[in-house]
Design a protein around this ligand. Sequence first.
Ligand code: AHR
Length: 640
Amino acid sequence: MRFAYLAALLLAVTSLPNLAQETTHLTIDTTKPVARVSPTLYGIMSEEINYSYDGGLYAEMVSNRTFQSTRGLSLENWTLIQNGNSRASIAVDSTTGPSAALAHSMKFVAASASPQAEAGFYNTGFWGMALHSSTVYHGSFYAKTDNAAIGALTIRLVNDKTGAVAASSTVPTLGGSWQKYEFTLKTGALVPSADNHLEFLVEHPGTAWFSLISLFPPTYRNEPNGKRIDLMEKLAALHPAFLRFPGGNYLEGQHLNEHFEWKKTIGPLVDRPTHTTPWNYWSSDGMGLMEFLTWCEDLHMEPLLAVFSGYALNQDHINPGKDLEPYVQDALDEIEYVTGSAATRWGAERARNGHPAPFDLKFVEIGNEEYHDPSGTYDARFAQFYKAIKARYPDLQIVASAPVTLVRPDILDDNDHALHTHFYRTAQQFFEDVHRYDHYDRSGPKILVGEWATREGSPTTNMGAALGDAAWMTGLERNSDIVVMASYAPLFVNVNPGGMQWPSDLIGYDALTSYGSPSYYAQVMFSTHLGDQIFDTKMNTTNPRLFASATYNSKTHRLFVKLVNASSMVQAVEIKLSGAAHVRSKAVVTTLSGKTTQETNTIADPARIVPVTGNVTNAGPAFTHTVPRYSIQVLELTLE
Ligand code: AHR
């Protein structure tokens, strides 16, 4: 009986999921930093994927505003309205449009309409249109009619489920030639929802043509053609040091003629022809080069501008030499647009587009994932771009998107550029890879990890992924003398059915709300607790899933110790700050933890896993700290 009792007790104790293992010893040498932390270590990368801009960051509410899809001219997301006994039709008309860039339009014919039986059409938005109480929405469109008798146009925001009109506006008359019309829609009190659509209605028969039908909610900093406030605020909380843009595969295009042609993305929207993306949907190009640059300005990010290198996703390439020259010139023009004074050809264009002051640009990348190119021409193409750019902009840092062998002494040394790499892994793969850069050759090119993520969880990643990310980031921090930039990818996903092309993303949203994944909060914790010096850390542990790094802010004397316990056991850690005579006993600890590795945040449950801040009261030159299971912690210690 006594034996049975003891056996049961032993079983109960040993099966406790949070049984502490042997104590781990972590020694942080505070006597001297081993290197400086790269000031650009944590940034963001984005592209048009997963409806990141259209239906995402770009606040436009009308989907398919220029009647195009990957299958050609199309009225996708537009539907006819025939109230009462009215009769009408809508069709794409490829013979007339408001500009050379938009040479087609939607032809609307109201064969029969009256005040009691209106005819028109509506747009369903990007999986709905989000409406809030007492909010002003700014709209515009281009139109013309062949008969003014068609009369006034009524524009309404209507609830899909109840038919209630949330806001209404009138455009009194349409003219006989293409013109831009503007309107505002103001909501009253309502329950915020995305179950709304936008209607255009007439009360008289007639024919009219429409293009570039647009509606914006209030945007971040009230910028026209601007960005969604909730998503910009989430990005601002990341304190990103840089933005890598415009892609990714989106830079390359599926075919050579489908790459991101920056000259077609600037200026008035009506002069942007729009283009297809490699992610199987159409881009409105409302997010053009200028919008990327103002995005950088708004969030104080260094632009990392990727220029098209003459290589597409389908592995076609442009031969180096004469054939490549126009593309090199295009990159030079692009850099001039970004950085040139208003007296230069492209600087003047930027000024005309509303930004007379040049942008600050330090980093230019040539192409994307060129290591996939079977032609072996990247070396020569890179050299051609490098030479031309450096001749005009000697201070720019050039980034190669695949290893290059630069042997021409007139061009550069091998270490005079940064090398861009990508890592999409499982958590276990990242655990095994945390020492990747510990013994990396410091005489070669600096490293830019321009895309990386633990791919576990969908549409956004789960706690297990956050642990994989955080573990790997301890390695990036320890080596941020050589790893100068790192950006998680993909950044965004619209969680509606059909919105996602790439599972495992950082921030999820629908038209109404957004949320951060556990990986997002891991990024926030790492980037907002970063010193300027790296301290050496030595960890003696039997726990294969315990990781640490330490950086020190030499101005505030704060030491940030990051601890990642990806195991199912609570872990006691004896922390020794060697060389630190006085350490304030009170410290702040921020914890992100999950009950399981699968636990996650969703659009319906957005704050299940968020960082929690608490106090440590026993800090000192040597103290014991307990790290919860499945957790990421930052200890903020003050050295006195
Ligand atoms: O992040 C998704 C894709 O992954 C990027 O477009 C591409 O660069 C990489 O292969």
